[in-house]
Design a binder for this molecule. Structure first.
Ligand code: GAR
Length: 210
């Protein structure tokens, strides 16, 4: 099968990017190859991780653009230039509009640190998600990988993994457990399934073939 170009979008520490890099090195990304990492912040540590793995890096700084529309247009052009077959949001904290979502329909995936439809949507990102889960007192949380649509965290769900919430958890300890037990596993797996042509979308839901 022809190699699929994966472009990863990042904003921060990049541990999910690292999980993808490790998976590729271990031969666990199927036909996928990470060809470029694009950061929305110049100081994102994820860029260092990409450089260490000899992956091309680019930056598209959110603050340099007046609004979401002009930022999204620039991102669409950059993704087209990179000939992305799959776009992965790996801790990418900017919501892109339909200019990108329609151009890359069912070709962009995001990892969210909760079991969607819980604790998701605008304002639910990073540690805030875990703060809200603990405030509510849920006994189980987890992570979700889904296709990206213009509506935040609302696209077709691809994979989910549940993780136990423990007595005495802080947002930080819960985040760490969810990353280790769920995010770092299901994000590379979803990328592999996509690159191997195993995911179809029908009526807003995904079907995964073996
Ligand atoms: C991860 O937990 C990711 O799921 C979350 O931010 C963290 C980024 O960590 N993403 C969101 O909340 C998106 N709504 P990382 O930079 O180490 O991968």
């Amino acid at each position: 099968m022809i190699e699929k170009k994966i472009v990863v979008l990042v904003s921060g520490g990049g541990t999910n990017l690292q999980a993808l890099i490790n998976a590729e090195k271990a031969g666990e990304l199927g036909n996928g190859k990470i060809t470029c990492v694009i950061a929305s912040k110049a100081d994102a540590y994820a860029l260092t991780r990409a450089e260490k793995a000899n992956i091309k890096t680019r930056t598209l700084i959110r603050k340099d653009y007046a609004d979401i529309a002009s930022y999204s247009a620039a991102m669409r052009d950059m993704l087209l230039e990179e000939q992305a077959d799959l776009v992965v949001y790996a801790g990418f904290m900017t919501i892109l509009d339909e200019q990108v979502c329609d151009t890359f329909k069912n070709k962009m995936i995001n990892v969210h640190p909760a079991l969607i439809p819980s604790f998701c949507g605008k304002g639910f990102y990073g540690l805030h998600v875990h703060e809200e889960a603990l405030k509510k007192g849920v006994k189980v949380s987890g992570a979700t990988v889904h296709f990206v649509t213009a509506e935040c965290d609302a696209g077709p769900i691809i994979l989910q993994k549940a993780v136990e919430v423990k007595e005495g958890d802080t947002p930080e300890t819960l985040q760490k457990r969810i990353m280790e037990q769920a995010e770092w596993k299901i994000l590379p797996l979803a990328a592999k399934l996509f690159c191997d042509g195993k995911i179809t979308v029908k009526d807003g839901k995904t079907i995964i073939s073996e």
